[in-house]
Design a protein around this ligand. Sequence first.
Ligand SMILES: Cc1cc2nc3c(=O)[nH]c(=O)nc-3n(C[C@H](O)[C@H](O)[C@H](O)COP(=O)(O)OP(=O)(O)OC[C@H]3O[C@@H](n4cnc5c(N)ncnc54)[C@H](O)[C@@H]3O)c2cc1C
Length: 322
Amino acid sequence: MNRQVAIIGAGVSGLTCGIVFAERGYSVKVSAEKVGTETTSGAAGALWFPYDAEPAGKVIPWALATYKVLADLAKDRNCGVSMIELRQYCRTGKIELPGWASRFVIPDAAFVSSSRAEKSPGISAAFSDGFAVRVPLTDTTIYLDYLIDRFQKAGGEIESGVRLEKLEDVRPNFDLVINCAGIGARELARDPDLEPHRGQVTIVPRVARTDCAIVCDDDPLMYVIPRTNDCVFGGTNDVSDDWSPDPKTTDSILAECSRVLEIEPPRVLRARVGLRPFRKSGVRLEKQKLGDGRTVIHNYGHGGSGFTLSWGCASEVLALAS
Ligand SMILES: Cc1cc2nc3c(=O)[nH]c(=O)nc-3n(C[C@H](O)[C@H](O)[C@H](O)COP(=O)(O)OP(=O)(O)OC[C@H]3O[C@@H](n4cnc5c(N)ncnc54)[C@H](O)[C@@H]3O)c2cc1C
């Protein structure tokens, strides 16, 4: 077998698919306008947590499959994956455990009671209830380069700065096309179901106050994610195509995260924006025939869960291809 596979997209979905195929002997080329840290994937907080992606019946099994792979990668200190305690809070009333928490057993992920989550220093005043769960965190500043390196070591090729107008533009020597274009699939696959869920984050130096991830989904959405060399303060989730960071939003993210942590607002290292590829009818993972008779496998529309679903989806793409 030396099947020629073209993957469109070099965010977390395209790179993970690239590895899965290249490590099984396929000849794989990834083509993308932007690569790795330059993509929406590079702007993500990148915690394992199913969020803003449908349908739950498929998302949860993909997420759990990914959890296992990432938890395994966390044993290797060089790939940018670690296990972290995620504390999820609400501002009023009691928080509900997500449905998957009671239906599935995640090894090593033990849910702790809300009282433990409430005991975090400095933040008990901001929230009324919470829970904690141990999850994989991928530090995108390291992990995306790790994926690129692993893909290339398996023989994969990457071509950057290439913008395709339609799927048929992939060169004819490739007999299988895999579409991992994220929000770009709206034009590429002419899919009006895709909606850009814009997220802005503020990167600050590591904050001494916390070594766990803190998330509150209530309005205003806020999260603090400590990484190896910095810390991600978030965030926003609005329907918008605007890639440029808004300075007022940077200020409000900084103010809310600092208020919750009870610290002086830290120095801003960088502001980043990404467009979560949310698909109203759910993640698109299916085969289709192109006009020229070739097969495309779509793998896009992961919304706010691209990292959380990456390995589960990539192995389903492989199963569809074989
Ligand atoms: C602020 C923020 C926080 C997030 N936090 C998390 C989190 O904690 N956990 C989690 O799991 N997910 C999170 N997400 C969601 C996650 O980032 C996305 O689901 C994920 O990045 C989607 O990956 P992707 O590879 O499918 O698409 P992208 O990363 O968008 O990559 C798309 C690729 O396709 C290429 N492309 C597009 N169109 C074309 C074209 N026409 N021609 C050539 N190339 C093209 C692009 O250049 C790029 O290489 C977050 C997102 C944001 C914005």
